[in-house]
Design a protein around this ligand. Structure first.
Ligand code: 5GP
Length: 120
């Protein structure tokens, strides 16, 4: 891993059940919940249950099963939320200059309005 994992980051605490979340989806490897400060009408965060700081160490150290589970879950959540027809955006911040705030990998799903050319 590129950085040591902080076991007390906010998403680790959500995964341990120490903090509440508005759950959208859960399976063996993945949890998804609504963003607490939504930037679009639909704003869901999808996270692996494993201790990965970002896409960087997940892509290098995640198992094939974990990686497949995250990719499948993102597609399934979007389909089941009815987002496919109008479209949606995926985003994962990695590291300092991206503005990544929470040091546990999360994929943002943005939808529900025209999202413009760059970020929500
Ligand atoms: P980042 O900037 O790291 O890519 O995104 C972090 C996201 O996590 C932000 O969109 C922020 O609103 C969200 N967030 C931060 N703390 C919490 C929390 O305690 N619960 C939920 N549901 N979302 C959070």
């Amino acid at each position: 891993p590129t950085r040591p994992y902080d076991e007390n980051n906010i998403f680790a605490r959500i995964l341990r059940g120490e903090l509440p979340c508005s759950k959208v989806y859960e399976d063996e490897h993945v949890l998804a919940f609504n963003d607490i400060n939504p930037l679009s009408p639909t704003h869901i965060l999808v996270i692996p249950k494993g201790a990965y700081v970002s896409w960087d160490d997940f892509s290098e150290c995640g198992s094939a099963e974990e990686i497949a589970a995250l990719v499948r879950a993102v597609g399934k959540i979007a389909r089941e939320a009815g987002l496919v027809e109008r479209g949606y955006r995926l985003l994962a911040n990695v590291g300092l200059e991206s503005g990544q705030e929470v040091p546990h990998l999360h994929v943002h799903i943005f939808a529900g309005k025209p999202l413009g050319p760059m970020l929500a």
